[in-house]
Design a protein around this ligand. Structure first.
Ligand code: FAD
Length: 440
């Protein structure tokens, strides 16, 4: 038997960044919202757990300085600006025992010793060119080169520059070491990075969803976790959803529904009613595995990430990126534990096991005097086989928009834009604008 839980203006399915952003914007517009999230916690792919008072992101990720939608959301929910902690030291490129540091922005590029003078100038010109482009133009799919790697060749970068700088830097951002992403999206990412240092919120990435959920509740939202939407019941016209079915037999009867889930979940919920949208969902997964350690002694000082530019041939030994995140999130706190995240891109079938031992080996290689056995405690490993989708030019051209074949179901999620926190939050804001305009 089913029971009905009332009729909010909007049901939001999914409590990741996109669903929470949509819910918050609708509540600010004076609408009533009921959000259901299948997992026991909110945040979706951007979640943070805690270890002895320190935030531990369940997968290394950063917010880029140019993310306007994320900044707007953080402001709207009252997150203090100083809680967006810049990775002011940028990226350290570890080539054998040589290190080259690249801080964000054009000035950082001018000082970067990891490229020859000519390549540095080319990089600075490229960054200046993307910074001059209006954001709408950056959002357009590219028409020239087929992949980011081809674009770099077209721009005149040498094989050494691509393999020694662009692949180690953008491989962990795109979760694709082949750099086979759409060149337009790549340009957009370069622009986001060139605007200044990347950031991690002081309480980890989960801080954005935590604050958004708190603010949404204060604005009157009903938020249920551990509640999965299982399907839609249509009205007599078969073009509108009359009921959202929930696990356990309950139903909700909203005027509108924002579907803000990951691509496999969107497919499951839409397959019966909207094969056109389902065909356009991005399916090519980009994956990663991250091991988290608590260190009693810091491995390094400074607010920077470290990139391995000479990864070992054996994939099981590869660690693409290491970051002592507490240098950024807890910079002035004396004593440990210091949280170290070590990340490997697994897209294309890379192994998800052995990251813990590989981290120990990479630390021995870079810092032979560091006493890993004594100082490091493994606190968790987080595998995300579908962390993002691969955004090839074809996939980008085909991405579904926010409208579906069901008149009162609006699609949100990074799957409508691009695989990033900015794409997710922007899609949520867009879905809320559409619903608000359609509601009387
Ligand atoms: C390890 C990792 C690293 C990343 N690195 C970066 C980075 O550095 N920078 C960046 O900008 N982005 C990064 N991303 C991408 C970014 O985190 C995502 O694009 C963003 O979080 C997606 O948000 P979303 O709301 O679209 O989807 P999700 O976060 O997937 O949210 C969807 C939610 O819907 C819920 N759900 C699914 N089915 C149902 C159902 N039937 N009923 C109810 N709820 C349901 C899910 O449980 C989930 O909580 C990374 C992602 C990962 C995993």
């Amino acid at each position: 038997m089913s029971t009905s839980d009332g009729a909010p203006d909007c049901v939001v399915i999914g409590g990741g960044l996109s669903g929470l952003a949509a819910a918050h914007a609708l509540l600010r517009a004076g609408r009533t919202v009921h959000l259901v999230e299948a997992a026991d916690e909110l945040g979706g792919r951007a979640r943070t757990s805690w270890h002895r008072g320190r935030p531990v992101d369940e997968g290394f990720q950063v917010l880029l300085r140019g993310y306007r939608e994320v900044r707007a959301l953080a402001g709207a929910v009252g997150m203090p600006r100083h809680d967006m902690r810049p990775i002011s030291g940028g990226a350290v490129f570890q080539h054998g025992d040589r290190r080259h540091q690249l801080a964000g922005g054009p000035a950082g590029i001018a000082r970067f010793s990891g490229l020859s003078g000519g390549e540095r100038l080319r990089f600075a010109r490229f960054a200046a060119e993307v910074l001059r482009r209006p954001e709408a133009a950056l959002a357009e799919p590219a028409t020239e080169a087929q992949t980011a790697a081809e674009l770099l060749v077209e721009l005149g970068f040498s094989r050494e520059a691509i393999d020694g700088v662009f692949r180690p830097l953008f491989g962990p951002i795109l979760l694709d070491r082949t750099l086979s992403t759409d060149p337009g999206y790549f340009r957009w990412l370069v622009a986001m990075l060139a605007r200044g240092p990347a950031m991690i919120p002081s309480d980890g990435l989960g801080m954005v969803s935590d604050w958004t959920a708190s603010s949404a509740r204060q604005l009157g939202a009903t938020i249920e976790t551990g509640t999965r939407a299982t399907g839609f019941g249509l009205d007599a016209t078969a073009t509108r959803v009359a009921q959202v079915r929930l696990e356990g037999g309950r139903t909700l009867r909203p005027a509108y529904t924002v579907l803000a889930v990951d691509p496999p979940a969107a497919e499951a919920l839409l397959a019966e009613h909207d094969p056109g949208t389902v065909r356009r969902l991005p399916r090519d997964p980009a994956g990663t595995v991250t091991a988290a350690f608590a260190l009693s002694e810091p491995l390094y000082r400074g607010k920077a990430i470290v990139l391995d530019c000479d990864p070992p041939a054996d994939e099981r030994d590869r660690v693409d990126l290491v970051c002592q995140t507490t240098n950024i999130t807890r910079p002035n706190v004396p004593g440990g534990p210091h949280i170290l995240l070590a990340m490997r891109v697994t897209t294309g079938g890379g192994p998800t096991d052995g990251i813990e031992d590989a981290t120990e080996r990479v630390v021995r290689r870079w810092s032979p005097r560091y006493d890993w056995m004594r100082g490091a405690t493994h606190i968790g490993t987080y595998a995300h086989p579908f962390a993002q989708f691969r955004l090839s030019p074809e996939v980008r051209r085909e991405l579904p928009g926010p409208r579906t074949a069901l008149d009162n179901v609006i699609l949100a999620g990074d799957l409508t834009r691009h695989p990033s926190a900015e794409g997710a939050v922007g899609s949520g804001h867009q879905a809320a604008r559409i619903v608000d305009a359609l509601l009387p």
